[in-house]
Design a protein around this ligand. Structure first.
Ligand SMILES: Cc1ncc(C[n+]2csc(CCOP(=O)(O)OP(=O)(O)O)c2C)c(N)n1
Length: 232
C-alpha cells in the first residue's frame, strides 16, 4: 500500500490522474442506517395525485426516483410519456426548465415536480421564478428532508423553511400540505387559478423496492416532449 501511495504521489505531482479500484464488498459497515421521518405520504403516491389532477398538462420532474415514479405512474395509467420531461442528472435545474417552458407557453398550465435536495442545490432558481412570475406555473416540492434517491441522507430542508423562502421570492400563492385531502385541494386550486404557485408537500422517506427505470432513452423522452408542447 505504501509503495502504491508513493507511486501515486509521483504521478499526481506530474499532473496525472490515479484511481483506486476496490473489490465489491471490501468496504462494509455492520450497522444498517435507516433514515425516516414522521410524514405519512409516500412520494410515489403524491406523484399519482399530481398526475390525476394535471391530466395531460406538461410535467417537468426532477432527477432521481421522482421521475422514475412519474414514468411508472403513466405506464400504470396507460398514458403516453410525451406529457413529461424527466430531468436526468442536472439536479436542481428542473424548475428552471419548467420556467422556460412556462414562459413560452403562457396559455398552458405547466407543472414542476421538484425535490427538497434539488431545490436547495440551486435555490437561486426560486428567486428568478418569483421575479419573472409566470402566471401558469405550479412548482411542487416533495419535501422528505432527504436525498432519498441516493440513500436517504438528510438535506437541510428541515431547518430551512422552503415555503417562507418561496413567499419572500414573490410566488403568488404558497401552500404547505401534509395530507392527501389538503394536497388534492391545493392542486385543484392551482389548476384553476392563474398565478405562480408553490406547493410544499411533506413526504415520507421511501420508495418501492421494485421501482423500475424509464424504458425509453432520455433523448427520445425529450424529443417526444418537445413535439408535444409544440402542439399546445
Ligand atoms: C449535480 C448532481 N449532484 C448529485 C446528483 C445525484 N443525485 C441524484 S438524485 C439525488 C438526490 C435528490 O434529492 P431530492 O431532490 O431531495 O430528491 P429525493 O431523492 O429525496 O426524491 C442526488 C444527490 C445529481 N444527479 N446531480
Amino acid at each position: 500500500m505504501q509503495a502504491v501511495l508513493a507511486e501515486y504521489k509521483t504521478l499526481l505531482q506530474k499532473g496525472k490522474n490515479v484511481a483506486f479500484v476496490i473489490r465489491k464488498g471490501a468496504l462494509s459497515y455492520e450497522e444498517k442506517v435507516v433514515y425516516k421521518n414522521d410524514n405519512q405520504m409516500l412520494r410515489e403516491e403524491i406523484i399519482q395525485h399530481i398526475v390525476a389532477v394535471s391530466e395531460e398538462a406538461p410535467i417537468i420532474s426532477t432527477t432521481g426516483k421522482a421521475s422514475r415514479e412519474l414514468f411508472e405512474t403513466r405506464e400504470a395509467n396507460g398514458q403516453s410519456h410525451k406529457y413529461d420531461f424527466l430531468t436526468v442528472g442536472s439536479m436542481g435545474h428542473t424548475s428552471s426548465i419548467a420556467l422556460g417552458v412556462a414562459i413560452n407557453k403562457p396559455e398552458q398550465k405547466i407543472w414542476c415536480i421538484d425535490g427538497d435536495g434539488a431545490v436547495l442545490m440551486h435555490m437561486g432558481a426560486m428567486a428568478v421564478m418569483g421575479a419573472v412570475k409566470p402566471q401558469n406555473l405550479v412548482h411542487i416540492v416533495i419535501n422528505n428532508g432527504a436525498h432519498e434517491t441516493v440513500g436517504g441522507m438528510p438535506t437541510v430542508a428541515q431547518s430551512a423553511d422552503l415555503s417562507t423562502i418561496a413567499k419572500a421570492c414573490g410566488y403568488d400563492t404558497v401552500s404547505k400540505v401534509s395530507s392527501f385531502a389538503e394536497l388534492d385541494k391545493v392542486l385543484q386550486a392551482a389548476k384553476t387559478t392563474p398565478g405562480l404557485h408553490f406547493i410544499e408537500v411533506a413526504s415520507a422517506i421511501g420508495a418501492r423496492e421494485d421501482l423500475g427505470r424509464p424504458t425509453t432513452t432520455a433523448l427520445v423522452n425529450k424529443q417526444n416532449f418537445m413535439e408535444y408542447i409544440q402542439l399546445l
